[in-house]
Ligand binder design. Sequence first.
Ligand code: NAD
Length: 505
Amino acid sequence: MSVPSDTRMAPAMGDAKGRADQWIGGTWFRGQGPERQVIEPATGKVLAEIHDATVAQAHEAVAAAKAAQPLWAALPPIARARKMRDVAALIRRDQAALARLVVQEQGKPIKEAMGEIAGAAEFLEYFAEFARRLPGEILPSDFAGEEVWIRRAPVGVVAAIIPWNYPAALICRKVAPALITGNAVVVKPHEMTPLSGLALARLFDEAGLPAGLVNIVNGPGEVVGEALTGSADVGLITMTGSVPVGRRIMESAAQNLSAVSLELGGKAAFIVMPDADLDLAVRSAVTSRFMNCGQTCICNERTLVHRSIYEAFVEKFVAVTRSLKMGDPLDPNTDIGPKVSEEECAKVATMVQAALAQGARALTGGGRPAAPPSDGGFWFDPTVLVDMAPDAQIMREEIFGPVVPIVPFDTFDEAVAIANQGTLGLSSYLFTRDFHVIMEAINRIEVGEVYINRAGPEGVQGFHGGWNDSGVAGDDGLHGLEVFMRKKTVYLNYSGATTVDLMPY
Ligand code: NAD
């Protein structure tokens, strides 16, 4: 790996000479695959050059994980937890440098990146708490002199496939529950954002995690990702990313009947009722849309506002949107940074142009800025669209950018119907003080997560899992932890009689 000499990130990546880009079996290696440039979204310039791993290196990582896992699983959970807390402490120690790295490779504003790194540490701290609380059950048997136990066991090797939008936190979201439950992990970061994973690997190393317990391999999904998801030695594939890739991973997992947990796209409706606290709703809707430049899966993707307050809401929403400061994401005053890549920026531009061609109006923004904060970056103006065609693509498909359609509705039933359109069911928002409406929304909106009178983010103790095409299984909390464990039922008979003799009927 060659790293520009003027960047402070160099010590955070790979080995001391900054040449390694794969961490396999506790050793730093250079990828044996093609060279890849990591591009800084704010400037479009090359931030680092790494080499992709090969299929063989991905398999080596799985083998290293498989070898490390039994000893780790044999440790008392509290010993596993102590190591996890050591990693969390190192992440907190290096919070500023890690946040800077996230900004440089992914583009979110530094104040958000600081939150992402704190969140990464929190995943480790939270799941370490399960050391003395890992669940098991003892059930009464139908036979005298017998107990039925349901024990939890690790799945073995976990493949964790990570997207680019939270390149540090989402690694810890998968690694933490995997480790406390006695698994080993092979992480594959997104190919656009490999550096945060490498920086974390150095901290896993510094904390003294056993060699091979966590491995990081970089490279394209179709090569390195598929080498992991098609491996017979992987017990669980946990992936966060897009719906098409989620489908592909399920197909791949089917070869070996590996378990899968998929966190996929969203198309959240943000519903504002006439009795809502208008200022709170506006500020929350703006935050929910424009944080991370709109690149968050639970983001406000469609704002639905009751017609009686529509004009007032839109006016305030546009004013707050215009007050957002787009600029250098390393500047602590910046609210909006660049999109992650030119390709992602172009995708959003195409969607907006299609909406405008169908008669929508942009009240602010509408395209790339006339005077971007830097040349060469992937900038897109925060955009508010009204007068949408009911069947517009932008109302149905995930935008994943700083663009929001605002649509009026007349009845709550109509808002629920719009919220339930389409196949994505990750999250939804409702702003009202009416308890009856709140309960109706909770009952009727087809999503895995409902936010009442607040924007995101989700909590680590909740359960983050989408309905319908938004995912399978999920992350966080006790239910997310369960994904990382297999169950073993034990019929423990101490009666000395055969089951035929003991038959109660
Ligand atoms: P993506 O699906 O393009 O990539 C995700 C990961 O999958 C990457 O590491 C990629 O290399 C890998 N991959 C690609 N093809 C693969 C294959 N054939 N086999 C194995 N792995 C493969 O997603 P993205 O562009 O990184 O992220 C954006 C998407 O992620 C959006 O749809 C967003 O909504 C979703 N997302 C969801 C959540 C959630 O929690 N539900 C959170 C963040 C992002």
